[in-house]
Write a protein that binds this ligand. Structure first.
Ligand SMILES: [Zn+2]
Length: 301
């Protein structure tokens, strides 16, 4: 029951000041007050209305990969400031703050892992790092993880949550659209599957490049997916937009995506897709090579 109905029925609603920080979270979709620990147990999905809260890249990795199978790559790459850009704040400082806030060096985490036993290359964008925007480092890491997929003859999965291009890198940021598209095209030419997962929100340059180039495109329920935001489109075309415009449910009706998958099922679905798309062939030998790789890493350390 939302707050308006509660008020009509004379039911008192908790005010925000009654909620101790970090213990409770209000669902932005249905208004339900949720206990954060319980919400975490539910994979950050609202038990009342199935709203999918944003989760971080490492949370997603824990959600879909087999235990201790993820090996991160290119973790040390971080953005430079080639244009010496400054708006209300220096870009250099924005990046520094984002690194401090998130504990990550860039907006994307890449690596390899097994998912239900299938060895795969993986990249996950984290919205909490400068809105998941695609600058040179995000583009470079996508290109490198695509190359790793080709080199190891494994499939590629990219999970997006992004506001689009990194404005502070200007044209260099826009060039990442061509660069990531070319990388996906190489994966395709190598005969390897690419699965794209769109989460809330996937917009701008990310939606206009690799995110929509998946052999299979999955989306989380009710995710906002599109190039320009609804407000910009409404103002440009001067018309009211249909209900649910640019949400996953609208997109699947219009043939833009293949499947809407709840976070609760995504690991199983990925396992099934990887098995179907690779005929389950390469998994066992690749798993061995991954184990060797892990051994080598621990020896180096
Ligand atoms: Zn809800």
């Amino acid at each position: 029951m939302n707050w308006l109905k509660r008020a009509r029925h004379g039911i008192k609603t908790w005010k925000k000041k009654n909620l101790p920080d970090g213990l409770w979270e209000k669902c932005p979709s249905c208004g339900e007050i949720l206990y954060v620990k319980e919400l975490n147990r539910q994979m950050s999905v609202c038990p009342k209305c199935d709203y999918h809260f944003k989760i971080g890249a490492y949370d997603f990795i824990r959600l879909i990969t087999d235990d201790n199978s993820f090996i991160e790559t290119e973790a040390g790459l971080y953005s430079g400031d080639p244009l010496d850009f400054k708006d209300s704040k220096k870009y250099k400082n924005r990046v520094k703050d984002a690194i401090k806030k998130t504990g990550m060096n860039s907006a994307i985490i890449t690596g390899t892992a097994t998912i239900e036993g299938k060895y795969t290359a993986l990249g996950i964008i984290d919205f909490s790092f400068l809105g998941g925007s695609m600058g040179s480092v995000v583009g470079e890491k996508i290109a490198r993880v695509a190359n790793a997929a080709i080199e190891k003859r494994i499939s590629l999965i990219l999970i997006s949550a992004s506001g689009g291009a990194r404005m502070q890198e200007s044209i260099l940021s826009l060039m990442q659209m061509a660069k990531t598209s070319a990388a996906i095209s190489r994966v395709s030419r190598a005969g390897l599957p690419f699965i794209s997962i769109l989460t809330n929100p996937t917009t701008g340059g990310v939606a206009a490049s690799f995110a929509f180039q998946g052999d299979v495109i999955l989306a989380e329920p009710k995710a906002l997916v599109g190039f320009a935001g609804p407000r910009v489109i409404r103002e440009t075309v001067g018309e009211e937009l249909p209900e649910g415009f640019q949400r996953s449910e609208f997109l699947i009706e219009h043939g833009m995506i293949d499947m809407i998958v709840s976070r609760r099922d995504v690991k199983n679905v990925l396992g099934f897709l990887l098995d179907s798309l690779t005929c389950g062939a390469a998994a066992s030998s690749e798993e061995k090579s991954q184990k060797n790789e892990r051994t080598n890493i621990s020896l180096i350390r």
